[in-house]
Design a protein around this ligand. Structure first.
Ligand SMILES: [Zn+2]
Length: 225
Protein backbone atom coordinates (compact mmCIF):
# COMPACT_ATOMS: atom_id res chain seq x y z
CA UNK A 1 0.00 0.00 0.00
CA UNK A 2 1.31 3.46 -0.88
CA UNK A 3 2.59 5.63 1.96
CA UNK A 4 0.12 8.36 1.10
CA UNK A 5 -2.81 5.94 1.50
CA UNK A 6 -1.62 5.01 5.00
CA UNK A 7 -1.20 8.71 5.84
CA UNK A 8 -4.64 9.45 4.43
CA UNK A 9 -6.28 6.66 6.45
CA UNK A 10 -4.50 7.92 9.60
CA UNK A 11 -5.80 11.40 8.86
CA UNK A 12 -9.38 10.14 8.39
CA UNK A 13 -9.14 8.10 11.57
CA UNK A 14 -7.90 11.19 13.37
CA UNK A 15 -10.92 13.15 12.15
CA UNK A 16 -13.33 10.43 13.30
CA UNK A 17 -11.64 10.12 16.72
CA UNK A 18 -11.67 13.86 17.23
CA UNK A 19 -15.43 13.95 16.62
CA UNK A 20 -16.10 10.93 18.86
CA UNK A 21 -13.97 11.99 21.79
CA UNK A 22 -13.93 15.81 21.42
CA UNK A 23 -10.16 15.49 21.50
CA UNK A 24 -8.14 18.61 22.14
CA UNK A 25 -6.20 19.86 19.17
CA UNK A 26 -2.60 20.92 19.04
CA UNK A 27 -1.06 23.62 16.88
CA UNK A 28 0.82 21.91 14.07
CA UNK A 29 3.74 24.31 14.46
CA UNK A 30 4.32 24.87 18.20
CA UNK A 31 2.24 22.10 19.81
CA UNK A 32 0.15 24.46 21.97
CA UNK A 33 -3.50 23.54 22.42
CA UNK A 34 -5.94 25.18 20.03
CA UNK A 35 -9.68 24.90 19.51
CA UNK A 36 -9.47 23.18 16.15
CA UNK A 37 -6.95 21.12 14.22
CA UNK A 38 -5.06 24.09 12.93
CA UNK A 39 -2.35 26.48 13.90
CA UNK A 40 -2.48 28.92 16.79
CA UNK A 41 -2.80 32.68 16.35
CA UNK A 42 0.83 33.25 17.32
CA UNK A 43 2.10 30.87 14.65
CA UNK A 44 -0.32 32.30 12.07
CA UNK A 45 1.57 35.57 12.48
CA UNK A 46 4.62 33.89 10.96
CA UNK A 47 2.76 33.72 7.63
CA UNK A 48 3.49 36.70 5.39
CA UNK A 49 0.00 37.31 4.00
CA UNK A 50 -0.36 38.78 0.54
CA UNK A 51 -2.73 41.69 0.10
CA UNK A 52 -2.31 42.35 -3.62
CA UNK A 53 -3.23 40.26 -6.65
CA UNK A 54 -1.64 39.67 -10.07
CA UNK A 55 -3.54 40.76 -13.19
CA UNK A 56 -2.37 38.85 -16.29
CA UNK A 57 -3.40 40.37 -19.60
CA UNK A 58 -2.66 38.33 -22.71
CA UNK A 59 -4.38 37.48 -26.03
CA UNK A 60 -7.39 39.69 -25.14
CA UNK A 61 -7.91 37.79 -21.90
CA UNK A 62 -7.60 39.06 -18.38
CA UNK A 63 -7.01 36.72 -15.48
CA UNK A 64 -6.78 37.82 -11.87
CA UNK A 65 -4.70 35.67 -9.56
CA UNK A 66 -5.02 35.92 -5.77
CA UNK A 67 -2.62 34.36 -3.28
CA UNK A 68 -2.91 33.73 0.45
CA UNK A 69 0.68 34.61 1.21
CA UNK A 70 4.20 35.01 -0.07
CA UNK A 71 6.22 31.83 -0.43
CA UNK A 72 8.14 32.06 2.83
CA UNK A 73 8.62 30.48 6.26
CA UNK A 74 5.54 28.69 7.63
CA UNK A 75 3.60 28.63 4.33
CA UNK A 76 6.54 26.89 2.62
CA UNK A 77 6.51 24.29 5.39
CA UNK A 78 2.76 23.70 5.04
CA UNK A 79 2.95 23.36 1.24
CA UNK A 80 5.95 21.02 1.31
CA UNK A 81 4.36 18.82 3.99
CA UNK A 82 1.19 18.59 1.94
CA UNK A 83 3.04 17.89 -1.32
CA UNK A 84 5.75 15.51 -0.21
CA UNK A 85 4.71 14.11 3.19
CA UNK A 86 1.02 13.44 2.50
CA UNK A 87 0.18 15.62 5.51
CA UNK A 88 -3.46 16.43 4.82
CA UNK A 89 -3.88 18.45 8.02
CA UNK A 90 -1.83 21.06 6.15
CA UNK A 91 -4.46 21.02 3.38
CA UNK A 92 -7.11 21.87 5.99
CA UNK A 93 -5.05 24.78 7.27
CA UNK A 94 -4.13 26.15 3.82
CA UNK A 95 -7.70 25.83 2.52
CA UNK A 96 -9.09 27.69 5.52
CA UNK A 97 -6.76 30.59 4.68
CA UNK A 98 -7.89 30.34 1.04
CA UNK A 99 -11.55 30.61 2.09
CA UNK A 100 -10.66 33.75 4.03
CA UNK A 101 -9.18 35.29 0.86
CA UNK A 102 -12.32 34.33 -1.12
CA UNK A 103 -14.53 36.00 1.48
CA UNK A 104 -12.39 39.10 2.04
CA UNK A 105 -12.09 39.77 -1.71
CA UNK A 106 -15.73 38.84 -2.44
CA UNK A 107 -14.57 36.40 -5.12
CA UNK A 108 -17.69 35.04 -6.83
CA UNK A 109 -17.69 31.77 -8.78
CA UNK A 110 -20.08 29.03 -9.87
CA UNK A 111 -17.61 26.16 -9.91
CA UNK A 112 -14.17 25.39 -8.59
CA UNK A 113 -11.40 23.45 -10.31
CA UNK A 114 -7.67 22.84 -9.94
CA UNK A 115 -4.41 22.79 -11.91
CA UNK A 116 -4.03 19.24 -13.24
CA UNK A 117 -0.96 17.01 -13.18
CA UNK A 118 0.12 14.61 -15.93
CA UNK A 119 -0.94 10.99 -15.43
CA UNK A 120 2.67 10.06 -14.78
CA UNK A 121 3.14 12.73 -12.09
CA UNK A 122 -0.16 11.77 -10.48
CA UNK A 123 0.85 8.10 -10.38
CA UNK A 124 4.14 9.05 -8.77
CA UNK A 125 2.70 11.25 -6.00
CA UNK A 126 -0.58 9.40 -5.63
CA UNK A 127 -2.65 12.56 -5.30
CA UNK A 128 -2.92 16.08 -6.65
CA UNK A 129 -2.43 18.56 -3.81
CA UNK A 130 -4.31 21.30 -5.68
CA UNK A 131 -7.30 18.99 -6.13
CA UNK A 132 -7.30 18.26 -2.39
CA UNK A 133 -7.36 21.99 -1.59
CA UNK A 134 -10.12 22.59 -4.17
CA UNK A 135 -12.18 19.69 -2.77
CA UNK A 136 -12.06 21.02 0.81
CA UNK A 137 -13.06 24.52 -0.37
CA UNK A 138 -15.84 23.06 -2.52
CA UNK A 139 -17.22 21.11 0.45
CA UNK A 140 -16.99 24.00 2.91
CA UNK A 141 -18.51 26.60 0.56
CA UNK A 142 -20.95 24.18 -1.04
CA UNK A 143 -19.75 24.97 -4.57
CA UNK A 144 -19.45 22.34 -7.29
CA UNK A 145 -15.95 20.90 -7.86
CA UNK A 146 -15.32 20.14 -11.52
CA UNK A 147 -12.56 18.20 -13.21
CA UNK A 148 -12.24 20.10 -16.48
CA UNK A 149 -8.54 20.28 -17.34
CA UNK A 150 -5.85 17.78 -18.19
CA UNK A 151 -2.11 18.21 -18.51
CA UNK A 152 -1.24 16.60 -21.79
CA UNK A 153 2.46 17.25 -22.01
CA UNK A 154 5.25 16.38 -19.60
CA UNK A 155 7.12 19.67 -19.01
CA UNK A 156 10.55 20.49 -17.69
CA UNK A 157 10.76 21.50 -14.04
CA UNK A 158 10.09 25.25 -13.99
CA UNK A 159 12.83 25.74 -11.38
CA UNK A 160 15.90 27.26 -12.98
CA UNK A 161 14.01 28.63 -16.00
CA UNK A 162 13.74 32.38 -16.61
CA UNK A 163 10.39 34.14 -17.19
CA UNK A 164 10.11 33.64 -20.96
CA UNK A 165 11.31 30.04 -20.84
CA UNK A 166 8.66 29.26 -18.23
CA UNK A 167 5.93 30.51 -20.56
CA UNK A 168 7.41 28.57 -23.52
CA UNK A 169 7.80 25.45 -21.40
CA UNK A 170 4.09 25.35 -20.59
CA UNK A 171 2.66 26.39 -23.96
CA UNK A 172 0.02 23.88 -25.20
CA UNK A 173 0.40 21.77 -22.05
CA UNK A 174 -3.20 21.99 -20.83
CA UNK A 175 -6.36 20.79 -22.55
CA UNK A 176 -10.03 21.04 -21.73
CA UNK A 177 -12.12 18.04 -20.71
CA UNK A 178 -15.81 17.91 -19.77
CA UNK A 179 -16.28 21.25 -21.55
CA UNK A 180 -20.07 21.07 -21.02
CA UNK A 181 -19.44 21.70 -17.31
CA UNK A 182 -17.88 25.13 -17.83
CA UNK A 183 -20.21 26.77 -20.37
CA UNK A 184 -21.15 30.30 -19.29
CA UNK A 185 -19.70 29.77 -15.82
CA UNK A 186 -17.44 31.76 -13.54
CA UNK A 187 -14.65 29.38 -12.57
CA UNK A 188 -12.11 29.55 -9.77
CA UNK A 189 -8.88 27.63 -10.38
CA UNK A 190 -6.91 26.46 -7.34
CA UNK A 191 -3.15 25.89 -7.27
CA UNK A 192 -0.46 25.69 -4.61
CA UNK A 193 2.16 28.15 -5.84
CA UNK A 194 2.19 30.86 -8.51
CA UNK A 195 5.42 32.28 -9.94
CA UNK A 196 5.15 33.92 -13.38
CA UNK A 197 1.50 32.92 -13.67
CA UNK A 198 2.16 30.94 -16.88
CA UNK A 199 0.51 27.76 -15.58
CA UNK A 200 -2.49 29.66 -14.24
CA UNK A 201 -2.85 31.72 -17.40
CA UNK A 202 -2.72 28.79 -19.83
CA UNK A 203 -5.28 26.86 -17.79
CA UNK A 204 -7.53 29.92 -17.59
CA UNK A 205 -7.14 30.60 -21.31
CA UNK A 206 -8.12 27.02 -22.17
CA UNK A 207 -11.31 27.42 -20.11
CA UNK A 208 -12.10 30.85 -21.61
CA UNK A 209 -11.53 29.55 -25.16
CA UNK A 210 -13.98 26.76 -24.49
CA UNK A 211 -16.93 28.68 -23.12
CA UNK A 212 -16.18 29.72 -19.54
CA UNK A 213 -17.49 33.21 -18.80
CA UNK A 214 -14.80 34.32 -16.38
CA UNK A 215 -11.85 32.65 -14.71
CA UNK A 216 -10.02 33.64 -11.55
CA UNK A 217 -7.13 31.93 -9.84
CA UNK A 218 -6.35 31.42 -6.16
CA UNK A 219 -3.06 29.98 -4.94
CA UNK A 220 -1.69 29.24 -1.50
CA UNK A 221 1.51 31.17 -2.12
CA UNK A 222 3.18 33.52 -4.52
CA UNK A 223 6.85 33.52 -5.30
CA UNK A 224 9.24 35.20 -7.70
CA UNK A 225 11.88 33.53 -9.89
ZN1 LIG B 1 1.43 27.56 17.32
Amino acid sequence: MGRWIIEFIKYLLDCVLSVLYCREYKCIECGNYVEESSICNECSKKIKFCKEFIRIKKNNNEVICYSVSYYSNLMVKLILRLKYKSDFVCADIISSFMIKVIQENHIKFDSITFIPMTRKALRKRGYNQSRILAKIISDKLNVELIDCLKKVRETKDQIGLDGNSRWENLFLSFKIKNSNKILGKNILIIDDVITTGATSYYCAEELLNNGAKKVKVLTAAKTSI
